[in-house]
Design a protein around this ligand. Structure first.
Ligand code: GLN
Length: 454
């Protein structure tokens, strides 16, 4: 299937940056052997998976979509990678993404765009467009994404797949190349809610190698998905976020969202409108906090430690080599955010920008707290529009950032969120996502709702 549809950066879906057919066959054979020996393997043993190329793998390169790390082979496996292997899951290869996971379309990848399998002239979302496209094109039944501001959920929405951002700290970040460390979260992507729940169970849980990892039992997301599939939501209180919807949202997105809300109510849920007055400040706060962390995290790409090194011919100083390497190695969006972040953190501006944004972050977390005192989950559309044409927003960063309007509050507050397929928009026949938000460590509620509407 991959050979038939994935193609190249010039044509085809181009979900994969690296394929490891031999490794995958060997992993599958090892599962067969263990099974023959009577080993009790989990339910996903032998199932193929596409891994976002931001998670390190000891037997495959990790580029994070950047020229800076072209050909870099990490010396170790991320905790997520290791847990996948331990569960007998077969890693097919690494999927495309916006450089250093910054973007909403995969157009910022240094290795060419991924195309949306629903319409190859359109974007598959980002930054994890490769993982979502691999699922939608039936190249893999499971994938892993990472979500800093929406990079699991927005691609899921625009490709008609399931994408879950677990509670921050629910899945280890050890071996995940950092974008913004206080926001990054790896999570499961799949075509069905139960598949996502089974994958969630494999990757989640405490990891002493990640100091922000939560040392608590993983919510029983599989039981929740099974319960949800029975279609009875009696007693569940659902809040529709007043501030996420209306003006600026595509008509077909609104229509499918309203259908989903009507379905929740038909299944017995009690639906009320809830106001989260600070959510509208989420986007500006995020685009100060994220670049600040990015400017610090990407400082490690100094031409000495990893990957690309430009102009090191014995005539130049270390500073000149560093500057040439970063100048040629980073794409435009990475540079934009490094500069924004450096500015926001500089003395004299720190309080006005970074400090202020952190206060907004607290207000958003309080909005969630107040809302979850009234309801069990919150819902909104995942994105304001369906998949847009490739090229439409590349020259307009602000228009690109608007994709993250609904997804960002959950990253700022650290709570669990997911996008589930909600049907197709009438005007363009493209997938729409239902966004569900749950309290910290109540990830099971996402699966309950997702499975009920599936
Ligand atoms: N679109 C968001 C951004 O560009 C999301 C990034 C992410 O979740 N990794 O920052």
């Amino acid at each position: 299937r991959i050979a038939a549809v994935d193609g190249t950066a010039e044509a085809g879906v181009h979900a994969f940056l690296h394929l490891d057919a031999d490794g995958a066959l060997a992993a599958a054979a090892a599962v067969d052997e263990k099974r023959a020996a009577g080993d009790d393997l989990g339910p996903l043993a032998g199932v193929p998976l596409a891994l976002k190329d931001v998670i390190v793998t000891s037997d495959m390169p990790t580029t994070v979509g950047s020229k800076l790390l072209e050909g870099w082979q990490p010396p170790y496996d991320a905790t997520v990678t290791r847990r996948l292997r331990d569960a007998g899951i077969v890693i097919l290869g690494k999927t495309n993404l916006d450089e250093f996971a910054m973007g909403s379309s995969t157009e910022n990848s240094a290795y060419g765009v991924t195309r949306n399998p629903w319409d190859l002239t359109r974007i598959p979302g980002g930054s994890g467009g490769g993982s979502a496209a691999a699922l939608a094109a039936f190249e893999a039944p499971l994938a892993i994404g990472t979500d800093t501001g929406g990079s699991i959920r927005q691609p899921a929405a625009v490709t008609g797949t399931v994408g879950v951002k677990p509670t921050y700290g629910g899945v280890s970040r050890y071996g995940l190349v950092a974008c913004a460390s206080s926001l990054d979260q790896a999570g499961p992507c799949a075509r069905t809610v139960l598949d996502a729940a089974l994958l969630h169970t494999v990757i989640a849980g405490h990891d002493p190698l990640d100091s922000t990892s939560i040392d608590q039992p993983v919510p029983d997301v599989v039981a929740a998905a099974r319960r949800g599939a029975e279609g009875d939501l009696t007693g569940l209180r659902v809040g529709v976020v007043k501030e996420l919807g209306g003006e600026g949202y595509q008509a077909g997105v609104e229509a499918r969202f309203n259908d989903a809300v009507a379905l929740l109510s038909k299944l017995g849920a009690e639906v009320v409108e809830v106001s989260c007055p600070h959510f509208k400040y989420g986007l500006p706060a995020y685009y100060l906090i994220l670049p600040s962390e990015v400017s610090s995290n990407l400082a490690r790409f100094d031409a000495m430690r990893y990957g690309l090194r430009v102009g090191d011919d014995g005539t130049r100083s270390a500073e000149e080599v560093m500057s040439l390497t970063r100048g040629q190695g980073f794409g435009a969006e990475a540079k934009r955010r490094i500069m924004l972040g450096t500015y926001a953190l500089s003395s004299g501006y720190y309080d006005a920008y970074y400090g202020q944004a952190q206060k907004v972050r607290t207000l958003i977390a309080r909005d969630f707290e107040a809302a979850f005192a009234q309801v069990d989950v919150l819902v909104s559309p995942t994105t304001p529009t369906t998949a847009f044409p490739i090229g439409e927003k590349v020259d307009d960063p602000l228009a690109m950032y608007m994709n993250d309007l609904c997804t960002i509050p959950s990253n700022l507050a650290g709570n669990a969120s997911a996008s589930f397929p909600a049907g197709l928009a009438d005007e363009d026949g493209l997938p729409v996502g239902l966004h569900v938000m749950a309290p910290v460590m109540a990830d099971d509620r996402l699966y309950l709702v997702g499975a009920a509407v599936e």
